[in-house]
Write a new protein. Structure first.
Length: 292
């Protein structure tokens, strides 16, 4: 686990991303408080987190016979991007696919944009190779483009699809662009926290009880979804010999495979929400986006 407790807003984001998008994108505040109570988050903390997520444009209030909140239309692309990063990018990149390079120069009068660019590129998995020059595996090019456009930062950045030609020892050089020890520390903490959980839950071969699955899966996914953003998914040839991401990914994949569906059924049992295809979508009346 992380050294710090998981924030209620992060857990709520996970509930929306993993379950409520599949169930119409809306939940009553009463049902959300019930679900979060199972994760040891009390009602006032839920309401405070909801208020912050609403201010950031992630959630919108909507009444459907009861007071509730739905995922804002503009937040859906953010969650879709997260799915690609969290679930589709479990394997290392291919060195032959090249690199995505971002080069930016921001006037001093707009230095807040410079900070935002650094923060968001780091969050996407870019490494800083020189002042204003950032690099990531080529498969992150589209996500970088989408992020820059969504945040209105594209005017400050030149984005390139690049190949490395010469002259250094690339594995040794890459290790100075990303903080490998810090990334490995996070992977080790995750594996330490969840390897025994995986062994325990999977030892019987039976599907876990839905309520128990939910209590395990939401913190698991909340903790895990940070890691693919710390780790750019570099090609295997460029990684240290003792790279521990593989073991952590295996633990996550094992638990994700077993826990997701019973967790979803538990959410349906608590909320009574049918699958998304059986639900009328709420009105799409906002262009604001928000992130966790």
């Amino acid at each position: 686990m992380s050294d710090s407790p998981l924030r209620p807003s992060s857990l709520i984001n996970t509930v929306y991303g993993a379950f409520l998008r599949r169930l119409g994108g809306w939940i009553s505040i009463a049902d959300l408080i019930t679900l979060m109570g199972e994760l040891d988050v009390d009602g006032p903390a839920v309401r405070s987190a909801i208020s912050r997520l609403k201010k950031r444009g992630v959630l919108e209030p909507e009444r459907r016979g009861a007071t509730g909140y739905r995922l804002s239309p503009a937040a859906h692309p953010v969650f879709d991007e997260g799915d690609r990063r969290i679930f589709a990018s479990l394997e290392p990149a291919d060195l032959a696919d090249g690199w995505a390079m971002a080069v930016f120069s921001v006037p001093e009068s707009e230095r807040s944009h410079r900070y935002q660019l650094r923060t968001r590129l780091t969050w996407l998995g870019f490494g800083n190779i020189a002042p204003g020059v950032w690099l990531a595996p080529g498969r992150l090019l589209d996500d970088a483009r989408g992020m820059l456009e969504r945040l209105g930062l594209s005017d400050y950045v030149h984005l390139f699809a690049a190949e490395y030609a010469a002259f250094s020892d690339l594995p040794a050089t890459v290790s100075s662009w990303w903080d490998f020890p810090a990334i490995q520390k996070q992977y080790a903490a995750f594996t330490d926290a969840y390897a025994t959980v995986a062994d325990e839950l999977l030892s019987t071969g039976a599907e876990p009880d839905p309520a128990r699955a939910f209590r395990h899966y939401v913190p698991l996914l909340t903790q895990w979804r940070r890691l693919p953003y710390l780790d750019p998914g570099l090609p295997t040839e460029l990684l240290p010999a003792d790279w521990n991401a593989v073991a952590a990914r295996q633990v996550f994949q094992r638990l994700h495979t077993v826990l997701l569906e019973p967790s979803l059924r538990h959410v349906q049992d608590v909320t009574g929400l049918p699958a998304a295809g059986q639900v009328e979508a709420g009105p799409a009346d906002t262009d604001q986006a928000g992130t966790d």
